[in-house]
Design a protein around this ligand. Structure first.
Ligand code: FES
Length: 150
């Protein structure tokens, strides 16, 4: 049982902010090409603040825990702060993920960026592509954790 932290198990068993926002201001869907897992993030934005965040994850336990933690970390925060959320920060907030599961947390980072990008595009808000490099760049992100082991 030491493979996963108590926080990972808690967020996996009792994920926060699961669901759909029907009238979302932005929706982001991302997938991991290797495992086939998918994550969808819905956001509501008011005056540049993320007033609500919900997610659906068709994926592994680490992906569910990561997306749950990510929503808690960005809810109520300004968009600029949410854009700075890294998968490493999500994994750290979960008291760590096994190295070979770090890529699951990348889905959360990408899903947040994808939802915010969708919001910017829908509202014709100019954006800096550098802020969305995690979701805009084409290559895979499995090494994102830095110490992924592989
Ligand atoms: Fe696919 Fe975790 S194994 S996201």
């Amino acid at each position: 049982m030491s493979l996963y932290s108590e926080k990972v198990m808690d967020h996996f068993k009792h994920p926060r902010n699961v669901g759909v926002i029907e009238d979302a201001d932005g929706v982001g869907e991302v997938g991991n090409a290797k495992c086939g897992d998918i994550m969808k993030m819905y956001i509501k934005v008011e005056n540049g603040i993320l007033t609500d965040v919900k997610f659906e994850t068709f994926g592994c336990g680490s992906a569910i825990a990561s997306s749950s933690m990510a929503t808690e970390m960005i809810k109520g925060k300004p968009l600029s702060e949410a854009l700075g959320l890294t998968n490493k920060a999500v994994a750290e907030a979960l008291d760590g993920l096994p190295a070979y599961k770090m890529h699951c947390s990348v889905l959360a980072e990408q899903a947040v960026q994808a939802a915010i990008l969708d919001y910017y595009k829908k509202n014709n808000i100019p954006y800096d592509e550098a802020d969305f490099k995690c979701v805009l760049c084409a290559h895979e992100h499995d090494e994102h954790g830095g110490d992924d082991g592989e």
